[in-house]
Design a protein around this ligand. Structure first.
Ligand code: NDP
Length: 315
């Protein structure tokens, strides 16, 4: 049978390119988990994904209620789940004030981390039950959260501190809207959320890999300077960022190439190692990359897991 893969945020950028790459193999049915149903349908058509190879299901990661509904609806569809790709993200680098999810969490961490944390936890049982030869849970990471890289050292740097803001509810009322309890900074909130994504992947690996055989992995697909992720940035940045990445840092990858990389992590029989953060070298070969000290801190990963469980209502 075909594999079934859920991809969050498959209505644009990396998620869409990955959906296309997997659907084209003829071996995957892609469930596009998107907040905007019409946009997702149009996107699938625009890149030529054929009808029998995808379905769109509504998911708004900025609402835990919607995440729970999605998990229920998916289960009722009767499809087995063979791979889950947590890809969607928001990036609000120019926001002066925090905005919030339905449950009142700062939007970047609420969407990118907490929404995906609940989704992955709810769907873990479905992955466990699949009889597919490889079962994978992939959470898209980023270089920007990794302070052991040049890009990760551009201020404001990611830093979760002692998680006091998160533990306080990340709501800007009783607690700060930032995980470390500091003043709101949209660019930092995004980077922090990506550190959470990478810590979550490793904690899943430690808790569940042996017992379930599921492969847990993260990746940095390269700098895809053309995606919608930068839509909130100032116009001059949006104009100069793609050529800067192409010709100066040489870290640029096209959406198509990045989609091919993520599709590889989902389906390549040689990439089944769990607990790995994949990157690609100049010849586009995959390798196991090192995470920064904070993004590989096992104690912080455990604490993040426990605090997140409370916030999303699992503990
Ligand atoms: P895009 O903005 O193109 O795609 C983000 C997707 O997330 C969109 O489909 C968007 O939906 C969706 N999304 C946003 N909020 C929600 C929500 N509340 N519920 C459901 N879906 C939502 O960005 P990219 O393709 O660049 O980003 C994809 C991933 O790649 C992210 O995890 C990002 O951190 C990562 N990444 C990107 C890099 C880059 O250079 N671009 C580099 C490294 C990592 P909609 O279409 O409705 O807006």
């Amino acid at each position: 049978r075909k594999g079934n893969v859920i991809i969050t945020g498959a209505s644009s950028g990396l998620g869409l390119a990955t959906a296309k790459a997997l659907a084209e193999t003829g071996e995957w049915h892609v469930i596009m988990a998107c907040r905007n149903f019409l946009k997702a349908e149009k996107a699938a058509k625009s890149v030529g994904i054929t009808k029998e190879n995808y379905s769109v299901m509504h998911l708004d990661l900025a609402s835990l209620e919607s995440v729970r509904q999605f998990a229920n609806t998916f289960r009722r569809s009767g499809r087995p789940l063979d791979a889950l790709v947590c890809n969607a993200a928001v990036y609000l680098p120019t926001a002066k004030e925090p905005t919030y999810t339905a449950e009142g969490f700062e939007l970047s961490v609420g969407t990118n981390h907490l929404g995906h944390f609940l989704l992955a936890r709810l769907l873990l049982d479905d992955l466990k039950q699949s009889d597919y030869p490889y079962k994978r849970l992939i959470i898209v990471g980023s270089i920007t959260g990794n302070t052991n890289t040049l890009a990760g050292n551009v201020p404001p740097k990611a830093n979760l501190g002692d998680l006091r803001g998160l533990a306080g509810g990340l709501n800007g009322i009783q607690s700060s809207a930032m995980i470390d309890g500091g003043d709101f900074d949209g660019a930092k909130a995004y980077k922090d959320s990506k550190v959470c994504n990478m810590l979550t992947m490793q904690e899943f690996h430690r808790r569940y890999h042996e017992e379930t055989g599921i492969t847990f992995a993260s990746l940095y697909p390269g700098c895809i300077a053309t995606t919608g992720l930068f839509r909130e940035h100032i116009p001059l940045f949006r104009l100069l960022f793609p050529p800067f990445q192409k010709y100066i840092t040489k870290g640029y990858v096209s959406e198509e190439e990045a989609g091919g990389r993520l599709a590889q992590v989902v389906s390549d029989p040689s990439l089944t190692k769990s607990g790995v953060y994949w990157s690609w070298n100049k010849n586009s070969e995959s390798f196991e990359n090192q995470l920064s000290k904070e993004a590989s801190d096992a104690e912080k990963a455990r604490k993040l897991w426990e605090v997140s469980e409370k916030l999303v209502g699992l503990a």
